[in-house]
Structure formats: C-alpha cells, structure tokens
Design a binder for this molecule. Structure first.
Ligand code: HEC
Ligand code: HEC
Ligand code: HEC
Ligand code: HEC
Length: 374
C-alpha cells in the first residue's frame, strides 16, 4: 500500500516534470558544478580525489552525495559544529557561493563503483557472539539460561551491563574463580558481541528459593525499583535486570557489595539491609517475570531498516541527510562514534546512537560500506 502511494507520487512528479520542461540529462543542482570543479581541483583533490573517492581510509567519498547534505556539512565545519580542524579552516575561507559550487560538483559525479565491497567483511555481532558463547554454555546454558544454582543467567540481561560485567572479570575487578580463565584472551569487540548475543535471548525464570519471603520482600524492594526497574526488569542499559535471576547468585552478589564489589550506589543501598531483608528481597525478585532488554535490535539488517527511513529520503525531502551506501567503512565508524560520544553535533543522530556499542557500530558500518553506492 505504502509502495503504491509512493509510486503514484513519483509518477505524478515525473509527469509534471515532463509537461514543464524536457527531462534533465544531468541531475539538477543549485550550484555551478563547473565553477565547483576548479575549487575541487585546487583544494579537495588531494584527499577526496577529483572523482570524489576518498584517497585513504577514514576520508569520506563525496561523489553522488546529496548536494544539500554536502552544503550543510561544509557549513557545519565553518560554524564549528563539526570539530575536524583542517576542514574547519578550509571552510572558514570559503564563500557561500564556493560552497554551493563545490557541493554541486561532487553531487553531480557518478557514484564510486564499489571496489571495497569485495574486501569488506560483513561482521554480525550476533553471529560472532553466538560462536563465542559456546565457551560459556557449560555453566551459563547455550542460550544464557543457566540451570546451575549460584551461576547467573545471562539471557535478556542489559547489554551494556553485561559487557561491563564481563570486563570486570576479565580485568580482575570482580572476584575471579572460573570466569577469568575463560575470558582472558577475549578482546573488547568480542566482549560486546557476547553481551549482545546474550541480551537478545529470551530469559527463563529460575527456581524459587527455599529461603526468604517474597511478600515481605516486595515493600523492601521499593528503594531498588528506581534503578532496577519495576518488578526488576531494568530499562537502563547499565543497570542489570534482577527479575527471575538465580537466588543464590543474587544473595551472594548483594552481599558482595558489602565487601568486594565496588559501586557507590549499590554499596549505599545494601549497607542497611539485614541478611533476612536480603533473603526476602531476593525471593521477591526471583518470583518476578523476567523480560529481555528491549533496546537490542535482533539483527543488523533490521537495524538498517530503521536507518533507511531517513537515509533513503527521496530527492524532494527537506531533510539534510547523507547517503551511506558504499561509503568508506572507517569513516562511518568514526562518524557514528562521534555522534554517540557527543563529539559531533546532531541531536537526531545522537539520540539514535547512544545505545550502540562499538560492536553494533562496526557491524552497521560494514553493512553500509559493502553495499553498492548509488
Ligand atoms: C587534508 C585532507 C582533506 C582535504 C584537502 C579536504 N578534505 Fe574534506 N574531509 C577530509 C576528512 C578527513 C573528512 C572527515 C572529517 C570528519 O570526520 O568530519 C572530510 C569530510 C568532508 C565532508 C563531510 C562529508 C560527510 O560525508 O559528512 C565534506 C562535505 C568535505 N570533506 C568536503 C571537502 C571539500 C569541498 C574540500 C575542498 C574544498 C575538502 N573536503 C578538502 C579530508 C579532507
Ligand atoms: C565454569 C563455569 C563458568 C564458565 C565456563 C563461564 N562462567 Fe560466567 N559465571 C560463572 C559463575 C559461577 C558466575 C558468578 C560469579 C560470581 O559470583 O561473581 C558467573 C558470572 C558471570 C557474569 C556476571 C553476571 C552478572 O549478572 O553480573 C557474566 C557477565 C558472565 N559470567 C559471563 C560469562 C561469559 C561471557 C562466559 C563465556 C565466555 C562465561 N561467563 C563462562 C561461571 C562460569
Ligand atoms: C542508584 C541506583 C541503584 C539502586 C537504588 C539499587 N541498585 Fe542494584 N545495581 C545498580 C547498578 C548500577 C548495578 C551494577 C553495578 C556493578 O556493575 O557492579 C547494580 C547491581 C546490582 C546487583 C548485581 C546484579 C548482578 O547481576 O550481578 C544486585 C543483585 C542488585 N544491584 C540489587 C539491588 C537491590 C536489592 C537494591 C535495593 C536494596 C538495589 N540493587 C538498589 C544500581 C542500583
Ligand atoms: C530520523 C532520521 C535519521 C535516522 C533514523 C538515522 N539518521 Fe543518520 N543522519 C541523519 C541526519 C539528519 C544526518 C546528518 C547530521 C549531520 O549533519 O551531522 C545523519 C548522519 C549520519 C551519518 C554521518 C554520515 C556522513 O556522511 O557524515 C551516519 C554515519 C549515520 N547518520 C548513520 C545512521 C545509522 C547507522 C542509522 C541507523 C541506526 C541512522 N543514521 C539513522 C538522520 C537520521
């Protein structure tokens, strides 16, 4: 339905175009591409090529990029909204007309035939995480649902928390045991992939404890809910869900904040709890229905569909949005991290990317850079 409406709109626009003037042979642009070429030859070629292909990794391709976006980004450099020093200086010396013209020049170039497509490896953190998770299955269960008392389930856990927790064992910040040896050689991207894989699994409620009174635990848990979510299902990426978790593990980890585990918030909240309180609160949380963290996209392709809603905007869109297909991978990674970390200003993109780990960013950048530019 949506497609057919879109089809009609496109068709009627084409018809309007035909009645007014002959179909343009080149993409119509606002600036003077000929004048822009002179600027490109003099000032841009060394890095962006006269054909608009970045000459080295992390230099973006400009060929066939939307004119409106090219102009916006030059203005952003000029106004200091984008921090790159060299571009900032260059843009500062360009007139509004220069910017229009050079934007027109690059926008009218044909897209770069995607030589990179063959050598870019499309990495999926979920697939990678699944493979790595085999090493954890013995204790945590294949899908992160452990059946061993004392061993926490990882299924559905908040991904940022999981990544941080894994890293704490890895660095020896959390009491070691079986954990360190299995993770010693894991790198950061692998840790995040593991966390994403487990976070995307459906959690199964653990067995009810023999100690503690869930009814008494409910009012006592009131002060925990502000952070751990109502009924122990956390909505904060850095705070673990407690619902349906293993009782023995919960008791042990609450007590660990009195001694070995360091976390200012937690240490403060558990300091006043008696052992009986801890048993009761634990009984309450174990009895709650666990739910997977909802911030985890289940595949990179699914995530890309969300991005495409803006990034595939048609030519008449008033949004200044860049094309990403066939763009240099390192550049995309860098741009996404800059938005996430607040180094590049765009409230839209910052909001989009705050939840993305490096693993997701790497994967989505691989996906786009390996698709043919158009
Ligand atoms: C010294 C190398 C260098 C030169 C010369 C250079 N650029 Fe760039 N350009 C870069 C790099 C690196 C970036 C990515 C910077 C960043 O992260 O914001 C970039 C980014 C851009 C962007 C943003 C693209 C996007 O997808 O967001 C535009 C537009 C651009 N350059 C236009 C130009 C123009 C026009 C010229 C000539 C007037 C020029 N550049 C000269 C290296 C260069
Ligand atoms: C030999 C058994 C064993 C293996 C193998 C194992 N774990 Fe664990 N894991 C445990 C136990 C036991 C705990 C609880 C330790 C504690 O009390 O702090 C734990 C705790 C964790 C936690 C903390 C969970 C939380 O809620 O804070 C994470 C994360 C974790 N393991 C991830 C992994 C990953 C990832 C792997 C595979 C690479 C793995 N573990 C392999 C036994 C194991
Ligand atoms: C101010 C926010 C806050 C409050 C209030 C809070 N917590 Fe936490 N809790 C956290 C954070 C953040 C972590 C993860 C800390 C870390 O990485 O060690 C955590 C960790 C935990 C863990 C470890 C879970 C695991 O999987 O290892 C347990 C158990 C826990 N909290 C129970 C409680 C209980 C019970 C209360 C109420 C008495 C409570 N928390 C109150 C923020 C809070
Ligand atoms: C609501 C619309 C919207 C959505 C959804 C969106 N973007 Fe964007 N994106 C923008 C806009 C607008 C810009 C330009 C911002 C600026 O000027 O810095 C942008 C810029 C970017 C850039 C910088 C590219 C360059 O050439 O510098 C990257 C990379 C990017 N987005 C990736 C993504 C990814 C990946 C997703 C999906 C997870 C996504 N975007 C979803 C609107 C959106």
């Amino acid at each position: 339905m949506k497609n057919s409406i879109l089809g009609i709109v496109v068709l009627s626009m084409t018809l309007v175009g035909c009645t007014e003037k002959p179909a343009p042979t080149v993409k119509s642009v606002a600036g003077d591409a000929g004048a822009g070429k002179i600027i490109a030859e003099r000032d841009c070629k060394a890095c962006h090529g006269l054909n608009g292909k970045g000459v080295a990794p992390a230099i973006p391709n400009l060929a066939a990029q939307r004119e409106r976006y090219l102009l916006t980004s030059l203005k952003e450099y000029k106004e200091g909204k984008r921090p790159h020093a060299a571009l900032k200086d260059m843009a500062a010396n360009m007139s509004e007309a220069d910017m229009r013209n050079v934007a027109a020049y690059f926008a009218t170039l044909p897209p770069i035939a995607n030589a990179a497509a063959t050598d870019v490896k499309h990495s999926s953190p979920y697939e990678q995480g699944k493979v790595l998770a085999a090493a954890c299955a013995k204790c945590h269960g294949e899908d992160g649902n452990s059946k061993t008392p004392g061993t926490p389930s990882l299924a559905g856990q908040q991904p940022h928390y999981l990544a941080a927790a894994i890293q704490e064992y890895h660095q020896g910040d959390r009491a070691k045991g079986a954990m360190t040896s299995s993770l010693r050689d894991t790198d950061k991207l692998e840790l995040e992939s593991l966390a994403l894989y487990f976070a995307a699994q459906t959690p199964i409620q653990r067995a009810a404890p023999t100690r503690g009174d869930a009814t008494a635990g409910e009012p006592a848990s009131a002060m925990c809910g502000g952070c751990h979510g109502s009924h122990g299902v956390s909505t904060d990426a850095a705070t673990p869900s407690l619902a349906g978790q293993d009782a023995q593990y919960l008791v042990k980890s609450i007590k660990a904040y009195r001694t070995t585990r360091k976390n200012w918030g937690m240490q403060r909240y558990v300091a006043g709890l008696s052992d009986q309180d801890i048993d009761n609160i634990t009984a309450f949380y174990v009895a709650q229905q666990p739910k997977a963290a909802d911030t985890v996209p289940t595949s990179t392709k699914e995530l890309a569909e969300k991005c495409n809603r803006c990034h595939d905007a048609d030519a008449n869109s008033t949004m200044s949005v860049p094309k990403m297909r066939g763009q240099d991978k390192d550049y995309l990674v860098m741009a996404l991290r800059s938005y996430r970390d607040g180094k590049r200003q765009s409230s839209t993109m910052h909001n989009m990317s705050t939840i993305y780990s490096n693993a997701i960013i790497d994967s989505i950048a691989s996906l786009y850079s390996s698709e043919p530019a158009r």
